[in-house]
Design a protein around this ligand. Structure first.
Ligand code: ATP
Length: 229
């Protein structure tokens, strides 16, 4: 069965994450989707503002609205920063065939993949399902990560009945065209902090959770760009 894995800080999880995972689920006929909050984001350690357990709880609320989705604490139980290489290695060691794992990632994050820990080896542990994000087109990725251009393909090229990859065969970078909402966690944190509505930007259950636990209302947000300019 095909497994989709969407990693992120999910601080908080929002409609953009959900649309990206749903687009990959549809395009690739995924049987299961895991939402994996990261413990300490390696690239932006300062960015997680609420505890991992709150971020996991919000991911679980979002997952509950989709039949085959769940939130996973695999990155929360490890010490140190979260590296996708370790997460995917753990899934492969746990018996998942790498030809059946699809790491779901937004085009903005994929454009930075050459800076990741254990690049390019990390790419060999799963297929990468890259979903368009407002502001960055899939077409631009061949130029941004030219070394991977020969691995890029479309969802149609990977029929569900495709055989397992041979030992030396490369996993693919699958480009998924989708219109996801122009939402970011940064904008949601700012809105909550400034007392603005986040209705429609996160699932209702997540909005209720944020309100109940008074998340993002504290004074530890950085100044807005205008204020710091
Ligand atoms: P922040 O604003 O805090 O930087 P974010 O909104 O970018 O956060 P992350 O948790 O960093 O959210 O993102 C996790 C993954 O989801 C990344 O691969 C990212 O590219 C993808 N993603 C986030 N928002 C969208 C969106 N609107 N459309 C498509 N992919 C998205």
């Amino acid at each position: 069965m095909r497994l989709g894995v969407l990693g992120g800080t999910f601080d908080p999880i929002h409609a953009g994450h959900i649309a990206a995972a749903a687009a990959a689920e549809r395009a690739l006929a995924l049987g299961r989707v895991l939402l994996v909050p990261s413990r300490l984001p390696p690239h932006r350690p300062e960015s997680a503002r609420v505890s991992p357990r709150h971020r996991l709880a919000m991911a679980a609320l979002a997952a509950a609205e989709h039949p085959n989705w769940s939130a996973s604490d695999i990155e929360l139980d490890r010490d140190g920063p979260s590296y996708t290489f370790d997460t995917l290695s753990g899934l492969v060691a746990g018996g998942h065939d790498r030809s059946q794992i699809f790491f779901i990632i937004g085009a903005d994050a994929f454009a930075e993949i050459a800076t990741w820990s254990r690049y390019p080896a990390v790419l060999d542990l799963a297929h990468f399902a890259v979903v368009a994000r407002p502001g960055i087109t899939l077409d631009s990725l061949e130029k941004r990560v030219p070394d991977l251009a020969d691995r890029m393909t479309t969802p149609d090229a990977l029929k569900p009945q495709a055989p397992s990859l041979k030992a030396r065969e490369k996993t693919r970078v699958i480009l998924i065209e989708a219109t996801t909402p122009d939402v970011s966690a940064t904008e949601i944190r700012r809105r909550v902090h400034d007392g603005e509505s986040i209705a429609g930007l996160v699932p209702d259950s997540v909005a209720a959770y944020i309100a109940r636990h008074r998340l993002y209302v504290g004074t530890n947000l950085p100044p807005s760009p205008e204020a710091s300019a």
